[in-house]
Ligand binder design. Sequence first.
Ligand SMILES: [Zn+2]
Length: 297
Amino acid sequence: MASVKKFITADKTIRASVVLCTDVVKEIVARQQSLPIASIALGRVTAASILLAAQLKQKQRIGLNFKGDGPLNGLFSEATFEGRVRSWCGQPQVQPAENQPKDCVGAVMGSGILTVLQSQDHNKHEPHSGIVEFVSGEISDDIALYLRQSHQIPSVVSLGTRIDADGQVLTSGGILIEVMPGCSEQSLIKLEETALKVSSFSELAAEGKNEYEMAECYLPDKELVSVTHNEMIEFRCPCSKSRVLNAIKLLGPKSLEEMLADGKDIETRCEFCSELWKVSLTELAKIKAELDIEKIH
Ligand SMILES: [Zn+2]
């Protein structure tokens, strides 16, 4: 299993995080049954949420919600510090228009807003959130703008998912370089100039570069020190039968009465992991009885 590899410059002014998360993106793409352009979008947003979550503290998680007016119909990814991730897109079967490049995510994303939700697990407080308008809808630029606006962190973000002729994911991952307080103006300018010349993430991955070598491409004249981060990345969806039953209960007695009157079992599919949850008439009647008792009390 993969993990985020983290590095910091010896003078502690720039930190870099790199992830090669091909296997988890393959699983997400399979669960979403996406065509290539949506797979590229899912791969990029998944790498972005994993990289941002790796900067948090234990038990915290981050959600990236891209709400665009394009035919992709929205894109979402959620990751925890511990490396659990799930992603979703509104229209996985979308295809680029004839006159558009096959990897132009911005064209199917459209214009819109990115909402970033950062929260503590089981925390009743409102999660911290940041909102930015899309720069391009290509995800990397949008994440960089969010970091600059919400956290005052200048950064370089490069995300890439490579797809073969059959629509299969070959490589997927990303790099996030963040400039810390105390970084000289000169180092920042050098980083920005270098970033413009470095090959795309997918090209670096295709060349077989490892995470350290990728970070080195952006910071060639800096000494890089590894930072321990052992959390393994895995696809994980927290949906469960009890969550489904709870959601039905929240619909209230009137909706439950209608479902019972329909006389059919309920089927609902999780839009993240595509697990099909079935709720029988007996179970519906049991929830209804629970609600009736709660009403009396
Ligand atoms: Zn699920």
